[in-house]
Ligand binder design. Structure first.
Ligand SMILES: Cc1cc2nc3c(=O)[nH]c(=O)nc-3n(C[C@H](O)[C@H](O)[C@H](O)COP(=O)(O)OP(=O)(O)OC[C@H]3O[C@@H](n4cnc5c(N)ncnc54)[C@H](O)[C@@H]3O)c2cc1C
Length: 311
């Protein structure tokens, strides 16, 4: 066990776990006094600033089983301790699900991406966490391990708002996430409404995934056969907007862009008037329309490749 001096007045015991089960039994032995740490990019500043206290930290970032990326019958499984920089550079991921590398690349600096993990991005519970929002749009599930064992739960069930998640990091370890990679003919994109004059989390993150099918005749625009629209605001739980998704179905892609803009405008106009995403509403709507356009262009390219029979 290491002793970590994090601030002049706080001295932690720091335990490096070698399995999720070992981490959970350490947490259990310390009865709410210990907390999971992964990259520490969010937690350690919070502790230093006195926003959170933890007498003990259990490091899960070195657990080999949590640093694996594999293909299972249920989909792609990404260990929670995989760093954002590994998402950015992973070749298989770039071809199977480019949305995740794109989301990871937009977070902080390369130095931060080397430390920050997928599990930390999800468990921290912020609505505007880029990778977590992409996972929500992908209908991902999270594996939660506690002293009773492990279970898979939908990521969407983990959010409560205000930068909190249902993952109790004093008792549980988020071990992995899994999701179906993009199907042939689907395209995705992510956009960020960057905060004015400062670095850090975006005021709004938006993700669109679209599946197109050829229009009724050869010259018509392709139509939307499936769509996912997810919006993430700092203070709110990240959300999929099923009503917008439904409205887009069957619409030719440019018509759908207008419907999406209307839906996004309604959603953002309804959030607190002081929220930057509301105050910068026109900018946000244009950004989401661009996100939609990019996802459609990618879906169209994927549809053409599929019809040519490209691998
Ligand atoms: C300058 C700066 C800019 C940032 N910009 C962005 C941004 O643009 N977008 C963005 O999404 N994030 C941003 N972040 C936040 C943060 O870096 C990321 O969300 C990161 O992915 C958190 O991962 P981590 O491994 O460092 O988590 P940690 O800091 O280790 O942990 C975060 C929280 O999750 C819990 N936790 C971590 N792993 C697990 C696990 N496996 N099981 C259970 N609980 C766990 C911890 O107890 C803690 O409460 C930024 C941070 C900084 C400092």
């Amino acid at each position: 066990m290491l002793q970590l001096k994090l601030a002049p007045r706080v001295l932690f015991d720091y335990y490096v776990a070698s399995s999720a089960e070992e981490a959970v039994s350490y947490l259990s032995a310390h009865q709410g006094e210990a907390r999971v740490v992964a990259g520490g990019t969010q937690l350690l500043p919070q502790i230093q600033q006195g926003e959170l206290t933890a007498g003990y930290l259990v490091d899960v970032a070195q657990i080999a089983a949590l640093r694996k990326l594999s293909m299972a019958p249920e989909g792609l499984v990404i260990g929670s301790a995989i760093s954002l920089s590994r998402l950015v550079t992973h070749e298989k991921l770039a071809s199977r699900c480019p949305l995740l590398p794109e989301a990871a690349r937009s977070i902080g600096t390369p130095a931060l991406q080397r430390l920050a993990t997928v599990g930390g991005n999800v468990a921290s519970g912020w609505g505007n966490s880029d990778v977590a929002l992409a996972l929500l749009a992908l209908d991902a599930e999270a594996e939660i391990t506690d002293y009773m064992g492990s279970q898979w739960v939908p990521i969407r069930s983990l959010y409560v708002g205000g930068g909190h998640s249902r993952v109790d990091a004093t008792r549980e370890v988020l071990s992995a996430v899994r999701f179906r990679p993009l199907a042939r003919g689907q395209g995705s994109a992510i956009v960020r409404l960057e905060p004015a004059g400062r670095h850090g989390r975006a005021d709004l993150v938006g993700v669109t995934i679209v599946e197109l099918t050829p229009g009724p005749n050869g010259t018509a625009w392709p139509e939307v056969s499936w769509a996912a629209v997810a919006l993430g605001l700092a203070s709110e739980p990240p959300q999929r907007h099923g009503d917008i998704e439904q409205a887009l179905l069957g619409a030719p892609w440019p018509v759908a862009r207008g419907l999406l803009s209307d839906g996004v405008r309604d959603v953002l106009a309804a959030v607190d008037a002081s929220h930057p995403a509301n105050q910068r509403l026109d900018e946000a709507v244009v950004l989401l329309a661009a996100c939609w356009e990019r996802a459609c262009q990618r879906a169209s390219a994927a549809m053409s490749a599929a019809s040519r029979g490209d691998a």
